[in-house]
Design a protein around this ligand. Sequence first.
Ligand code: SAM
Length: 168
Amino acid sequence: MRVGQRYVRDDRTLTHLCLVSRALGAESIYLEDAEKDVVGTLDAVNKTWGGDFKAVLGSSWRKVIQEAKKEGRKVVHLTMYGVPIQEAVEELRKEEKLLVVVGGPKVPGKVYHEADFNVSVTSQPHSEIAALAIVLHEIQSGEELKRTFQKSRLRILPSARGKRVVEN
Ligand SMILES: C[S@@+](CC[C@H](N)C(=O)[O-])C[C@H]1O[C@@H](n2cnc3c(N)ncnc32)[C@H](O)[C@@H]1O
């Protein structure tokens, strides 16, 4: 989930959060505030590259956290003030279902209290996209890199040079 809104909405950041979440194995993303276009963009990406990743728009952070907890998901809030990922990761790997929360410009203090884990990726300020990518990678021990996406129209044949793409 991405908490928060900007006066000028940063749709590029939101799109990148979606693409990173999808590519690195998340089931869905919750965005408090985004253009409906984001859903269309993701549908097009799913059709071409496979999988059924979803963006859910407009739910409040409070509601998303409540529902996640009801489902037995642990809530992991990414913040530079949290416990270093390298210290938390063993415990996080034991969980089957997680809700990972990142912020926009300002994260309400209550998110820190509602989270089961407040986790940092270095204690320096940087980016929600980078923090999310590193945390998803660490929690899954790199297994997410081997994943294939079902029902894609196109598939890349990885190659050292050039682009090789086949139609399924
Ligand atoms: C650009 S930062 C803005 C943070 C804002 N100044 C605050 O204090 O909440 C946006 C988001 O990036 C993530 N983030 C930034 N640096 C981080 C770090 N070192 N570790 C984990 N997450 C980080 C957090 O989720 C944060 O809410």
